[in-house]
Write a protein that binds this ligand. Structure first.
Ligand code: M6R
Length: 357
C-alpha cells in the first residue's frame, strides 16, 4: 500500500534507509559480523572470474558490483547485458561463477542466459528481491535483497539493495581470503543509511529536485568518473523512463570525443563529484560544457564541495557513494516526471517485469 504517498516511487525512495538497515541485519551472523551462506562463499572462492549478467537498472548495479569484487576481493569481473550475452557469448575463463542480478527474478533476457549456463554446467548465483522467483529457483544459490515489494516500474530501492548486497558479498569474500580490508563495512553501511535518510529529509535536495531545472528541456546529460560514472548511467535511465527526456550517462572525459557537440545553450548537465581522485578532472569537464552553454548541476560530497554546487551530500566511504548519490538523481527524475505530467509509477511502454525476450 502506498499509504499517504502520492506515488509508489516516492514511497520506495523514502524506504531506502530502512532497506539498508534491514540488509545489515539480514546478513549478520550470531557474532554480529557480516556473513554470507558458506556455500556461496565457497563458490566465490573457487571462481577465477565472475560474470555478472543483468538488464536495465540491475545491470547498472552490476557495474558497481564489479568495482567491489575487483577492488575489495580482487576477483576479476565481467559485467554483461543479458540480452547480448546469451547470443554472443565471450570467451569464458576456466572456472567462472555466474551472478544474475534481477529484482523480479523473472526477466526473460536473464533467464535465457541462466538456462544456457546451466547446460554448460557452470555454477550460478541469483541476487533477487523475490524469494521463489524463477531465477532464484533455477540457480544453484540465491542471495536475497530484503527490499520489500517494489511496485513502481522505475527501480529505486532494489538498486540500493543490490549494491549493498554486492558490497557485502565482496567484503565477506575478501575477509575469508585473509585480504586486508581497511574498513568496517557494517559500520560504513550504517553511516550510508543515515546519509540516505538525511538526503530524503533534506529541504535543500527537495528544493533543487522539485524546481524547474528539467521542466522544458529536450535532453540532459549525466556525467561522472569511476564510481560516479556507474551512477550517472543509472541516473540517465531513471530520467528517461519516467520523464521521457532523452538522457545519457557519460564518463566525464569521454564527452569531448564527440558528444560535447550536442551541448547547446541551456543543456542540463548533471555532474557527480564524490570521488576525490578524479574530482578535479570532472570539475574540468563541467567547465568544458559550461563554456559551451550547458546549465550544470553539480552534486558533490562533503570534503570536496565548492561554492555553487547544487547539492552537497554527506560524507560516506568512497566505495559506497553509489548507494547515496543515486538518491538525489532518483528525486530529480521523480519531480521532473511530475512537472511534465507523466504517469510516474506506470511509464508508457514499460512493464515492471519484462517476461519476454
Ligand atoms: O527485475 P529485473 O531487475 O531483472 O529487471 C531488469 C530491468 O527490466 C529493470 O531494472 C528496468 O530497467 C527498470 N524499469 C529500471 O528502473
Amino acid at each position: 500500500e502506498k499509504g499517504t504517498y502520492p506515488h509508489y516511487m516516492l514511497k520506495e525512495i523514502d524506504e531506502q534507509p530502512s532497506v539498508v538497515r534491514k540488509i545489515i541485519q539480514a546478513y549478520e551472523n550470531e557474532q554480529g559480523e557480516l556473513a554470507i551462506d558458506p556455500a556461496i562463499a565457497e563458490a566465490l572462492h573457487e571462481a577465477d572470474r565472475l560474470y555478472i549478467i543483468a538488464a536495465g537498472t540491475s545491470y547498472h548495479a552490476g557495474l558497481v558490483g564489479k568495482e567491489y569484487f575487483e577492488k575489495i576481493a580482487r576477483i576479476p569481473v565481467e559485467v554483461h547485458i543479458s540480452s547480448e550475452f546469451g547470443y554472443n557469448m565471450p570467451l569464458l575463463s576456466e572456472k567462472p561463477l555466474f551472478i544474475f542480478i534481477t529484482q523480479s527474478g523473472e526477466t526473460a533476457d536473464s533467464r535465457q542466459v541462466l538456462v544456457k549456463i546451466k547446460e554448460l554446467g557452470y555454477p550460478t548465483l541469483t541476487i533477487t528481491n523475490v524469494p521463489g522467483s524463477t531465477l532464484s529457483r533455477e540457480a544453484d544459490y540465491t542471495m536475497l535483497l530484503h527490499a520489500g515489494p517494489e511496485i513502481a516500474v522505475a527501480s529505486t530501492k532494489a538498486y540500493v539493495a543490490q549494491v549493498a548486497v554486492l558490497a557485502i558479498a565482496a567484503y565477506v569474500e575478501a575477509k575469508s581470503q585473509g585480504i586486508a580490508v581497511n574498513f568496517d563495512l557494517k559500520k560504513e553501511l550504517a553511516i550510508v543509511a543515515n546519509a540516505i535518510q538525511s538526503i530524503v529529509d533534506s529541504k535543500e535536495v527537495f528544493e533543487f529536485a522539485s524546481k524547474d531545472y528539467l521542466s522544458t528541456t529536450r535532453n540532459a546529460f549525466f556525467i561522472g568518473r569511476n564510481m560516479d560514472y556507474c551512477v550517472s548511467v543509472e541516473g540517465a535511465l531513471k530520467l528517461k523512463e519516467i520523464s521521457y527526456i532523452q538522457a545519457e550517462g557519460f564518463a566525464g572525459g569521454e564527452l569531448k570525443h564527440g558528444t560535447i557537440a550536442l551541448i547547446e545553450e541551456g543543456t542540463p548537465v548533471i555532474a557527480l563529484v564524490t570521488q576525490k581522485s578524479v574530482s578535479l578532472n570532472i570539475r574540468g569537464n563541467v567547465k568544458e560544457v559550461t563554456a559551451r552553454g550547458a546549465n550544470p548541476c553539480i552534486i558533490s560530497m562533503e570534503g570536496m564541495e565548492q561554492e555553487g554546487d547544487a547539492i552537497v551530500l554527506p560524507q560516506v566511504h568512497p566505495l559506497l557513494t553509489p548507494l547515496m548519490s543515486v538518491v538525489p538523481l532518483q528525486l530529480i527524475s521523480y519531480y521532473a516526471a511530475l512537472y511534465r505530467g507523466c504517469d510516474v509509477d506506470k511509464p508508457r511502454n514499460l512493464a515492471k517485469s519484462v517476461t519476454v525476450e
